[in-house]
Write a protein that binds this ligand. Structure first.
Ligand SMILES: NC(=O)c1ccc[n+]([C@@H]2O[C@H](COP(=O)([O-])OP(=O)(O)OC[C@H]3O[C@@H](n4cnc5c(N)ncnc54)[C@H](O)[C@@H]3O)[C@@H](O)[C@H]2O)c1
Length: 322
């Protein structure tokens, strides 16, 4: 399959990030050059534009066969169990997020054709209650209290280890909560910031599962996609972090988000009924210091709260009320 050009393998491609990243990668590298895989068959039309194959990342042999046949030069490993889903099934989260990642690292390291780069996202969930909450530094205390955070922290250490030990060019970003309108989020603690837009449209009311004054770092999907591709295109010698980069864009509370939506859309009813996800959010940073990403590969966000809300409202086609 790999005819001397870049060939990209994406795992977990049907998720919130994957559906959009596959589209961007196909624009850059060509439709046939990006093989999208996921454990569930794709229902999303984005995958009609190029090859798709079912792959469970726990099936190492299946992964090996795909790598031998498709001969990827880069792997984007997005298959994961996210925070809230992981709390409901810690064993599954451990298996997918650690054993699945080990499979990808091992297959990439010993692939007969060279896999030049591996992308494996981490999360702000690696931080914990003893981490400084404001402007959380790149290097600081990481004492996650969720099984998701624990698995992501192990993933960061594995990335660093495979780079140091086997010179595998692994790159990673600690994403904040990702906000997008194309694909629903997959069971994270920041999902309220996506759900709210859809509920405002259908019901003109929303009940947040996080309390009004819970600040969290967030990022709009176009920034996340651009940042990811910029990191993957950066010269290897510029990169000083092989665990995972802090990458920031905006920080807001559910109350602040609701106020901005009201300002741009009009009145709606906002309620609060915190559940188990409040406890998770309380252990995460409110904002991140991403100086190292800015220095090493020129990261700069484009969307703040106001711009993100305007673009979300436009794209999920809310009737204008102001
Ligand atoms: N979305 C966010 O807000 C966010 C924030 C921080 C980090 N991340 C990270 O970004 C990456 C992508 O996240 P996402 O938001 O697209 O998640 P998602 O839950 O929307 O998608 C994950 C995909 O992985 C697939 N998957 C699960 N188990 C699998 C397995 N065993 N084999 C193959 N596929 C499997 C699922 O079917 C799903 O399509 C993950 O590593 C996640 O931890 C996401």
């Amino acid at each position: 399959m790999n005819s001397g050009k870049e060939a990209i393998l994406v795992t977990g491609a049907c998720g919130q990030l994957g559906t959009e990243l596959v589209g961007e990668l196909r624009k850059i590298y060509g439709e046939g050059q990006v093989l999208a895989t996921d454990m569930k068959p794709s229902e999303n039309q984005v995958f009609d534009s190029g090859p798709f194959q079912t792959l469970n990342v726990l099936d190492k042999k299946g992964l090996q066969e795909i790598v031998e046949r498709f001969r990827p030069t880069q792997i984007y490993h997005l298959a994961a169990i996210l925070s809230a889903a992981a709390e409901r099934n810690p064993t599954l989260a451990w298996d997918v997020n650690i054993a699945g990642f080990m499979n990808v690292l091992d297959v990439a390291k010993s692939a007969p054709s060279k896999v030049y780069k591996v992308y494996a996202p981490s999360s702000i969930a690696v931080f914990g209650p003893h981490t400084p909450r404001r402007d959380t530094p790149q290097h600081t205390i990481t004492d996650p209290t969720t099984v998701y955070g624990i698995t992501k922290l192990v993933g960061e250490r594995l990335s660093d280890y495979y780079f140091a030990q086997y010179q595998l060019d692994v790159r990673s970003i600690r994403y904040p909560g990702l906000i997008s309108y194309k694909t629903p989020p997959g069971g994270g603690t920041t999902d309220y910031a996506v759900e709210i837009f859809h509920k405002v449209l259908t019901d003109r009311k929303y009940v947040s599962f996080l309390g009004p004054d819970t600040p969290l770092p967030m990022m709009y999907m176009p920034d996340a996609l651009r940042g990811t591709l910029e990191l993957m295109e950066a010269p290897a010698e510029k990169l000083t972090i092989r665990s995972s980069y802090n990458m920031a864009a905006m920080c807001f509370t559910p109350h602040e988000l609701a106020e901005e939506i009201k300002r741009q859309f009009g009145e709606f009813e906002m309620g609060y009924s915190p559940d188990f996800r409040q406890h998770i959010a309380d252990s995460w940073p409110a904002s991140l210091d991403d100086t190292q990403a800015r220095l090493d590969w020129g990261w700069l966000p484009r969307f703040g709260l106001k711009e993100m809300v305007a673009d979300m409202l436009k794209n999920i086609r809310l009737p204008a009320r102001v």
